[in-house]
Structures are given as structure tokens and as C-alpha cells.
Design a protein around this ligand. Structure first.
Ligand code: GLU
Length: 380
């Protein structure tokens, strides 16, 4: 048995399971046998004191089958219409399957904008925690029927990675229809090998993820590795496993060598910084001189007006903005205390001059350290 796995899983009690469409659906729509297997296992572990949140795909695929369509749906309205049909059915199937174990399910449908707004983000967290306190199993999906491009998670790998942060999961289990991440295209059966453990998401790992064949759901292996990046940056382990394999949860929790386990990063970001780095979309750019960059990256300092060389974009107080160095590399992201117009006026100046130029001096910092995520990979 693998000790690294055993150590990680020993204390894992708050579990997020993401189940992909490729696992849940077959030729005839939702695969009730598979769903029941998974639910039976979740119920058994719930009985032992584990808490589960499920992120489930399958609404669009189920709606499509229900309508008797054989082709893949292309347009957004068609997918949204199919999701509206499939989501209800999906919940009924979960409700029946969990009901056999006297467990209650709750539906949570979210869009990206529910999580980029801090108040709604916190409300989502409160709801989720209340459901878990009540012993209910939350079943989450993207609110596909209303989600348009700008407010979309894009795929449930991404949605699940954000939920892992919100619920402070001990592990994110990503159930998919492959055995895990392979070092090259798994269709090349002779040469490709499963990667059991990933300590660092290197370029080679990202490369391996981009060689995979046509996925059933929205996200392929690439979006799973992107999700792994976000989740491990928050200090949460992430595992990709074959969801159709019988007894997969027992295998995982007993430390068996199944799937691909991504170890959490040692220096993980706190919840708020993770939210800034990975959930919020940057509204503009600040170019920072080398001295200020070094004060930020090496000494843990805040960003002051003196270090700003140039401003790009049109943003307001409180907006997320990227910090770039003189060579144009992004090295931080944070919430600004001043608008783009004001920063343009006070850039390069000493803090003491702020009042003279703007007429008031609400903050010393352009971005306070507490509102800044500094990292090589900040999910920009
Ligand atoms: N939300 C979509 C659905 O339920 C699936 C998204 C995905 O496969 O990542 O059909």
C-alpha cells in the first residue's frame, strides 16, 4: 500500500465528488445501475461519518436522450433546453437512489457570477454548510439554463474546483470514464502509462493532459488538470478515478493505487486569496517596477503608488486587477483600493502625495497585502 496516499486519506472526512457525464450516461441516457452503485457507496461512507457534496453533470446528456436526439447538441439554446429537461430527471434519480438509504438530497444550481460576488459566495458557503450540518447530500450543477458565456464555469471540473474551496473539502474526487491521467494518448495502449502520483503540475503533466481523445462532457483531461492546479493550490488533494469501477470509493479510502492522485501544494493560498486568484476575473493591469515587485514577492509587502509604472483598463475601487512586472509577466492579482483613473494620477508618487493630487487619502496602499494573491501561477 502506498503511504503517501494513506496519509492523505487518513483524515479525509469532507469529500467532494465530481461525477462526469461520461460516467453517468450510457447509450440509453442516465445509467441507473452506475448511479446506484456510486450512491450506495456514498451512503455507506456517510454512515461511517464522512460528509459528501456531489457535483454532478449529466443534465444535458440526459435531456438529449429524453428527446431522442442522437446528435451532439451544438447551439447554446439547445444545450440549455436539454439541461432544463435533464436536470429534473437527474435529481429524481439521485433522490430515489439516496432515498433507499434514507438520505435526503438538495439541489444547488450555480453560475460563476454567484461565486465572483463575495456576498453571494459567502451565502453559498452558508447554505452548503447548513445542508451538511443537517446530514443532507448537496447535489450541485451549473445552472445551465441561464448561464451564458460571461457567467459560465464552462465545465463542471472548474465548478467543482471552486466548490472544493468553498466547502474546504479534504479531497476532491473527480470521477471520469478513464482510469486517470496517462503520460501520452491512452489510445496508444502499448506505450501509454498511467501516472499514479503527481507532486507538481509541470509542463510535462499539462502536455500529457492535452493528448486525450474526445470527451463526453464539456471538460476533457486538460480541464481536469487545470482544476487540479486550483484545488492543490488551496492545499486540497485531487484525484482522478474511473467512476464506473465498482467499489471505487473503498479503493480510494483504503489507499489503493487507483487513478491519479495530485498532492496538495505545500504553500497553499488561504480561502480569500484563492478566491481572488482563481475565481475572480481580472479587470485590468498594473505594470510594476522591479523594486516594488521584489518588495511584494520577497518581503511580503503591499503595493504602494510609487511602484506603479503604468495602468491599463478601466476599473473601479474593489475590482480585481493583475500586477505585471517590467517584462510583462503577471506575478500577482489583488483588489484595488483606487480606481484606474486615480491610480493613473498617483502612479510613481510617494504615498504622502496622494492627498495633494486626489484631494483625499483613504489608503496608503494601491493593493493591500491581505487582498493580494502572489504566485507564479495565479490562474490569471
Ligand atoms: N452542466 C453540464 C450538464 O449537467 C455538464 C458540464 C460538464 O460536463 O462539465 O450536463
Amino acid at each position: 500500500m502506498n503511504t503517501e496516499r494513506k496519509d492523505i486519506l487518513k483524515h479525509a472526512r469532507r469529500i467532494l465528488i465530481k461525477i462526469g457525464s461520461g460516467v453517468l450516461t450510457g447509450e440509453n441516457g442516465l445509467d441507473l445501475t452506475i448511479i446506484e452503485h456510486i450512491v450506495d457507496e456514498i451512503a455507506a461512507f456517510t454512515g461511517e461519518g464522512y460528509q459528501f457534496v456531489v457535483v454532478s453533470s449529466g443534465a444535458i446528456a440526459s435531456g438529449r436522450h429524453r428527446m431522442g436526439f442522437k446528435h451532439k447538441l451544438q447551439s447554446l439554446p439547445e444545450k440549455q433546453a436539454a439541461a432544463a429537461i435533464g436536470q429534473g430527471r437527474l435529481m429524481r434519480v439521485y433522490s430515489n437512489a439516496f432515498g433507499k438509504h434514507n438520505l435526503i438530497v438538495a439541489q444547488m444550481l450555480l453560475t460563476m457570477s454567484d461565486l465572483t460576488d463575495r456576498t453571494r459566495f459567502l451565502n453559498t458557503r452558508n447554505t452548503l454548510n447548513t445542508l451538511l450540518d443537517w446530514g443532507v447530500i448537496p447535489v450541485i450543477n451549473e445552472n445551465d439554463t441561464v448561464a451564458v458565456e460571461e457567467i459560465k464555469f464552462g465545465d463542471n471540473d472548474n465548478l467543482a474546483s471552486m466548490m472544493a474551496n468553498i466547502m474546504e473539502a479534504n479531497i476532491l474526487i473527480n470521477m471520469t470514464n478513464t482510469d486517470g491521467l496517462y503520460d501520452r494518448n491512452p489510445k496508444d495502449k502499448k506505450r501509454s502509462k498511467l501516472i499514479p502520483l503527481v507532486k507538481d503540475i509541470t509542463d510535462a503533466i499539462e502536455q500529457a493532459a492535452s493528448t486525450e481523445a474526445d470527451p463526453v462532457g464539456m471538460g476533457g483531461m486538460k480541464s481536469k488538470v487545470m482544476a487540479a492546479k486550483k484545488v492543490t493550490a488551496f492545499g486540497i488533494p485531487f484525484i482522478i478515478v474511473p467512476g464506473k469501477k465498482k467499489g471505487i470509493l473503498s479503493d480510494i479510502f483504503s489507499g489503493k493505487d487507483v487513478g491519479t492522485l495530485f498532492l496538495p501544494m505545500d504553500e497553499h493560498l488561504k480561502s480569500k486569496k484563492h478566491w481572488i486568484a482563481y475565481t475572480l476575473r481580472s479587470r485590468g493591469k498594473l505594470y510594476i517596477d522591479d523594486g516594488a515587485k521584489s518588495a511584494i514577492t520577497r518581503q511580503g509587502k503591499s503595493l504602494l503608488p510609487g511602484g506603479v509604472l503604468a495602468v491599463e483598463g478601466d476599473f473601479s475601487v474593489g475590482d480585481p486587477v493583475s500586477c505585471l512586472d517590467e517584462s510583462g509577466q503577471v506575478f500577482a492579482k489583488g483588489l484595488v483600493n483606487y480606481s484606474s483613473l486615480d491610480i493613473d494620477k498617483i502612479k510613481g508618487l510617494k504615498t504622502a502625495k496622494i492627498k495633494q493630487v486626489l484631494g483625499s487619502h483613504p489608503y496608503d496602499e494601491i493593493i493591500h497585502r491581505d487582498n493580494m494573491a502572489v504566485s507564479k501561477d495565479n490562474g490569471k
